[in-house]
Design a protein around this ligand. Sequence first.
Ligand SMILES: Cc1ncc(COP(=O)(O)O)c(C=O)c1O
Length: 440
Amino acid sequence: MSASEPRRQRTAELVRQAEQIMPGACLGLFQLPLDRTIVMERGSGPYLWDVDGNQYIDYVLGSGPMILGHAHPAVVAAVQDQAAKGSTFYTLNEPIIDLSRQIVAAVPCGEAIKYVSTGTEATFHALRLARAFTGKSTVLKFEGGYHGAHDYAMVGTLASAADRQGWWQPDSAGIPRPVADTVLVSPFNDAAAARRLIARHAGELAAVIVEPLQRGIAPAPGFLQAIREATRQHGVLLIFDEVVTGFRLAYGGAQEYYGVQPDLATYGKAIGGGYPMAAVCGRRDVLALTDPSLRGSGSYAYLGGTLSGNPVAAVAGLATLAEMRRPGVYERLFATGNTLRQGIETLGRDLGLPVRAIGEGPVFQVFFTEREIRNHHDSREADAALAWAFGLELLDRGLFHTPGAKFYVSTVHGEPEVARTLEAVEGALRALRTRAGTTA
Ligand SMILES: Cc1ncc(COP(=O)(O)O)c(C=O)c1O
């Protein structure tokens, strides 16, 4: 698709149908104005096509899972083969045992693993497991960190300290106040504040959960180490939410990349290769509490679901991990992401716009601000209206991207896509500058 008018006839009809029965005509938080809403039909490699045949370079990657790009031949073949043998069995199967062995071997904290279907379930169960193991009730998370949609996760994520009215407003209506009150929130990258809260609440604190790379914000040197030391000192479990970073920042995820080992880690997105698959992985003595033979002992922690260990998702995950083990994959992934980030910042500088593209290699986020972004508060000070307008300009230029949110880069985004992307970014930034009435 070019900056010229896109074709929208079929899209408009389908959006009209969706609007009548799907509130907001969207699937979750990702909502575009109705006249810009896209109905996607198919994907191949780094590209997507909507139902009217408009093509996009994809930087959403299904919100992260499609790290190999769309319809990767190895994943498609594995899924077709398994689907013909049966889709789900509700019992052990060879693919899930293979996947377990591979994840446990790859992940520094990996001693044992159990499965669910979504990242939300994984963090929910990891927190419950931590409460079961420690016998304590409170958890601590970081302001702006996203751990999914359950009641313990949707506190201090979208809102900011500035919105606080004596207590943390949950990010969703319908969350019971007593549940929200069991969640402490600390600013990301402030080791002293985290240490203080952990020490002060040690007697009631079961776990600290953190996105090691929080959205696009990298941990400051020593921050993850500080929360590792404080949690260990005070008998609190440390959970890395690696739903995004797992097998993406490195084969061993953020714990390998940043060199800090948590007690538990949660996985999703990449380990299912585009199919519903998520996991809690970590210390054997903690995961041991999920053994149903403990039922009735008072220490059993329920973990599981209808589709847990689904073999179709497992073979998709196995095919994905096999590709990620190929020599040079991470080097290329990081090189592509870094070229894009640097290119975007350079274009911003050349055009006199305060553009920051923050992140690590294949995950980054674009902000319009002069200030360094070290935490959620800094990111909320950036110009959100400009970021939104930028995102819409990119969509109009054939980049599929969630305005204001992260860019994900796949292993199949190559030089032609990078060149087209930077051309689109330049066009978008020029359009914003023109609209703001400035010239250079
Ligand atoms: C870091 C992190 N944790 C948890 C989740 C929740 O995963 P899901 O959407 O599969 O429930 C997400 C989703 O984006 C995430 O980014």
